[in-house]
Design a protein around this ligand. Structure first.
Ligand code: PLP
Length: 417
């Protein structure tokens, strides 16, 4: 599924960065501060003229090893880690946007990102939400104030695939910063850099960490953007090269000043989890494909959303862009079937939010993630009251199919009673 380089690189990165005593893992450094024999060196680290650690809110050796891993995975030039994916998104936006700016984003955004954009509106930033499956919608929305275009690779829960390459070309033409949230695909399935993304967001909480035991998020600079043309960049007093201006500003404003730092313990868990990313995804994506094919044929399922299905509106695009189709499968059930019953009947699948866990999780979306919207708004997003979203894990494939089958049969029985 992925080239050999991805897994190999990923597994050997810590060792090649020469940790103490030849340790194969970068150890968990819990020290908040770092001491210097020569105080001038401490000053040089503060001033950015010398590499080193001063205070762990900004940089810590365990976190720096994780950042390097993500940079290598995304084939970028620099990465900053944060306590959660949302912290990475918020810090990036708050560092780079000013009142009066406009952001164009996908109308199918992850619900919390969408909610955060409404917070930005309160700060005088205008937000335009458009259907990103056609880049012409994005281009038509551009104004002289448009500063960032923000999209996700595969939308959650209806799995629309953005016109990632088309939008990249639009951003290049208009010199707009292109920020792609790669969480649903991860660098194992898709490299946003290949479609001209300037910044890449990953929630490490999901597939990269993979075990549902630590929160974390990153922003990676792909090195493609000419920061000297970005109107909100502060380059004076900036010792770094122009390529580092963006990440330096996010580090200073978004990480140092806002302080949503990733803890070394969580960083270590995420780093260990990331070692098996390609293995886990290969299994989970295969499971998701079988699960989606099963749903697609089942008489009680009226609609199945999965980019791997031939009847998915962006199936060809997904085939061209991604190494596989991800782990998210959503279904709409026949009106007579109660989605709560189906989920309650399931024995392997757990009723839970989150995705990218090793375990398969299911959630009735209309009643949870989108309960604050009215049913008309939900319908416009393709979300029926009967929708179930499954985040497929790495169980044995047949067990998942059997579990759904018996849950649906039992629910059918109840509907007929
Ligand atoms: C979960 C998620 C986030 C937020 O990540 P957290 O680590 O939970 O804060 C952002 N974007 C997408 C697409 C996600 O699925």
């Amino acid at each position: 599924m992925t080239d050999k380089k991805f897994s190999t690189k990923n597994l050997h990165l810590d060792r090649l960065s020469k940790p103490e005593h030849g340790a194969l893992h970068k150890p968990i450094h819990t020290s908040v501060a770092f001491g210097y024999e020569n105080a001038r060196d401490l000053a040089a680290v503060f001033q950015g003229t010398k590499n080193g650690y001063a205070y762990s809110r900004q940089l810590n050796p365990t976190i720096s090893a994780l950042q390097n891993k993500i940079t290598k995975m995304e084939e970028g030039i620099a990465t900053l880690a944060f306590s959660t994916g949302m912290a990475a998104i918020a810090a990036t936006m708050l560092s780079l946007l000013r009142a009066g700016d406009n952001i164009i984003a996908s109308s199918f955004l992850f619900a919390n990102t969408r909610s955060f954009l409404s917070t930005l509106e309160g700060l005088g930033i205008t937000v335009t939400l458009v259907d990103p499956t056609e880049s012409k919608n994005i281009e038509a929305a551009i104004t002289p104030d448009t500063t960032i275009i923000f999209v996700e690779t595969i939308a959650n829960p209806v799995t629309q695939v953005a016109d990632l390459a088309g939008i990249g070309a639009v951003c290049l033409k208009h010199n707009i910063l292109y920020c792609v949230d790669n969480t649903l695909t991860t660098p194992c399935l898709f490299l946003p850099k290949t479609v001209n993304a300037s910044l890449v967001i990953n929630s490490l909480t999901k597939s990269i960490g993979g075990h549902g035991n630590a929160l974390g998020g990153t922003v990676t600079d792909t090195g493609l953007y000419d920061w000297s043309l970005f109107k909100n960049i502060k380059s004076s007093g900036n010792h770094s090269e122009m390529s580092q201006w963006g990440i330096t500003q996010i580090r200073k404003k978004g990480l140092r000043d806002m302080g949503a730092t990733l803890s070394p313990e969580s960083g270590h868990r995420l780093s260990i989890g990331s070692e098996t990313l390609s293995l886990r995804l290969e299994r989970a994506c295969n499971n998701a494909m079988s699960f989606a094919l099963f749903c697609n044929k089942h008489p009680l399922v009226t609609q199945t959303f999965y980019p791997g299905l031939k009847n998915h509106p962006q199936h060809i695009r997904a085939t061209e862009l991604f190494n596989s189709f991800g782990t998210l499968v959503s279904i709409n059930l026949n009106d007579k079937i109660d989605c709560f019953e189906v989920l309650n009947n399931m024995k392997t699948v757990i009723a839970s939010t989150n995705l990218g866990d090793n375990r398969t999780l299911g959630i009735p979306v209309a009643h949870t993630i989108f309960y604050e919207l009215d049913s008309k708004q939900r319908e416009s997003m393709g979300i029926k009251d009967s929708m179930l979203r499954f985040a497929i894990g790495i169980e044995d494939e047949q067990d998942l199919l059997d579990d759904l089958n018996q849950a649906l049969e039992q629910a059918r029985g109840m509907a007929n009673d």
